[in-house]
Design a protein around this ligand. Structure first.
Ligand SMILES: [Zn+2]
Length: 136
């Protein structure tokens, strides 16, 4: 069975919502928010029989959303210092947070998948190369 690329390559692929393992653009999503059970490219299973997978993805989502919130607020405050324009800064912070939180949702999954694949390399029962023919 083919092993995964380096963590850097997998994170890069995850950042663009691609499958960290094979780099397939369709990866785990049928549409932006609609996920598949397996990667369309390599057949890798979504959660790989791991109960805590969703929790890790939520943590990534929380970090990226919170990070962009702080960054936007900091840029707004620094750009308009010392006369901080409260409402435009608050408005853009809320907008960026919603944008990252909502549209970054699938990306948090592929990013976490990259970390997860690095920590737990692909195993026989992860479904790689078996496609949809496998029935449990
Ligand atoms: Zn794949």
């Amino acid at each position: 069975m083919k092993s995964s690329p380096s963590l850097g390559v997998m994170l890069w692929r995850g950042l663009f919502r691609r499958c960290p393992h094979c780099g397939d653009r369709r990866a785990f999503f049928a549409k932006w928010f609609v996920r598949r059970e397996r990667c369309a490219g390599c057949g890798l299973r979504w959660e790989r029989n791991y109960e805590g997978f969703m929790l890790g993805a939520m943590a990534i989502s929380f970090i990226t959303t919170g990070g962009s919130l702080l960054l936007t607020m900091a840029i707004g405050v620094i750009a308009s210092y010392p006369d901080v324009v409260l409402w435009p800064v608050l408005g853009s912070t809320v907008a960026v947070t919603l944008l990252v939180g909502v549209f970054g949702y699938p990306i948090s999954y592929t990013l976490w998948q990259a970390v997860d694949l690095h920590l737990r390399p692909v195993a026989e029962d992860d479904g790689e190369d078996h496609g949809r023919a496998v029935v449990n």
